[in-house]
Design a protein around this ligand. Structure first.
Ligand code: FAD
Length: 320
């Protein structure tokens, strides 16, 4: 097996989900390489070595500065053809999904998306995809190579295995049509605090908070615990909290060590985004709320009476 992993980067380095995809590739064995495409990205390449990349290809070119898919499709398609990769892995993001889809068309390759795992069985690669509101697992395979896979965000964590990567510069040969699109203006949503994908503790708020102002108590508890704030779709749709914080089927998948659900009923579409958390604590006034069926610890009562004193106790305990 010869695997290429797309290593997406932001201002602060390679993204955690793409390093996690690299770790997954390394765990499956064979030759594993990464590719970084951007402008001024030479330094980033070596940071992938400890996560299992034997080689990291770097396409460093001012024409790759904007996070646009088509020039990156040119870079990856050339690498797959020239280096003979049989598998290309992506971690879910808007950019990665665009590149993966266009690369599949360019190479006439099969793309399996929304995979939560990838395993090797009898010499074949099998993608594991949750289906039917995540109530069953589906095995997804490929009938030819190269195989392209797009992993669900938060499906796994990066694993440092040590080692260093050989960094190889590649000269991107970009098609004229790939340079036609231009980034006019980036629309960046500023989110304060830690990202919910990276945090060890996530405190999530739902409709039970009663109003957008209810999130203040959730933010204070999260701060006391050193965690990040998440939300259900009901409150995101109501405009109480930004979409970046939404956990669930149409939001993010998170797996912190501790997930505190405040005023959340526990609908299946929310559950699928947080059921991999280490310990789930639910605070809900309805003893029959579905969340108590899968919470490790349930507190039945009014969140307005429970959350502020809990925050105070945490602060005292942590000496803050
Ligand atoms: C296709 C599809 C995709 C979806 N994707 C997502 C998704 O990605 N993420 C997601 O979260 N949802 C998603 N949903 C919506 C989902 O079905 C639920 O509607 C949503 O999760 C409910 O949010 P909630 O728990 O905040 O609100 P509710 O279901 O209204 O629950 C509020 C809870 O708060 C409790 N409560 C009320 N007052 C208090 C109080 N004072 N103290 C303590 N508890 C209190 C209530 O007992 C209740 O259990 C999706 C739905 C569909 C159809």
């Amino acid at each position: 097996m010869k695997t290429l992993v797309f290593l997406e980067h932001h201002a602060d380095g390679l993204t955690k989900p793409s390093l996690a995809a690299l770790s997954k590739a390394a765990s499956l064995g064979g030759e594993v390489a990464g590719v970084v495409a951007g402008s001024g990205v030479g330094e980033l390449a070596s940071t992938a070595g400890p996560f299992g990349a034997g080689v990291v290809f770097v396409a460093d070119d001012p024409r790759l500065e904007s996070p646009l898919p088509q020039p990156r499709v040119d870079v990856l398609a050339a690498l797959v053809r020239d280096e003979g990769f049989d598998t290309v892995l992506f971690a879910q993001s808007v950019l990665a999904a665009d590149i993966a889809a266009a690369l599949a068309v360019r190479l006439g390759a099969g793309l399996n998306w929304d995979l939560a795992d990838l395993v090797e069985s009898g010499g074949e690669l099998i993608g594991k995809r949750p289906a039917l509101a995540d109530s069953v697992w589906v095995d997804a395979g490929w009938s030819s190579t190269p195989r392209i896979a797009l992993f669900r965000s938060g499906a796994f964590d990066p694993v440092e295995v040590g080692g260093s990567a050989e960094v190889r510069a590649v000269e991107p040969s970009l098609e004229a049509h790939s340079l036609l699109a231009e980034l006019v203006e980036p629309a960046v949503v500023e989110v304060s605090g830690r990202s919910i994908e990276d945090a060890d503790v996530v405190v999530a708020g739902g409709r039970g908070l009663g109003a957008p102002e209810g999130f203040k108590a959730v933010e204070e508890l999260a701060e006391a615990l050193g965690g990040a704030v998440a939300a259900t779709r009901a409150v995101v749709d109501a405009g109480w909290y930004p979409y970046a914080a939404q956990v669930g089927q149409t939001g993010k998948t998170v797996s912190p060590k501790l997930y505190v659900a405040v005023g959340i009923s526990g609908a299946i579409q929310h559950k699928v985004g947080m059921q991999g958390s280490g310990t789930i604590v639910a605070i809900n006034k309805d003893p029959n709320a579905p969340i108590f069926d899968f919470a490790d610890l349930g507190v039945v009562g009014d969140l307005n009476e429970i959350v502020p004193p809990l925050t105070e106790l945490v602060r005292q305990h942590r000496g803050g």
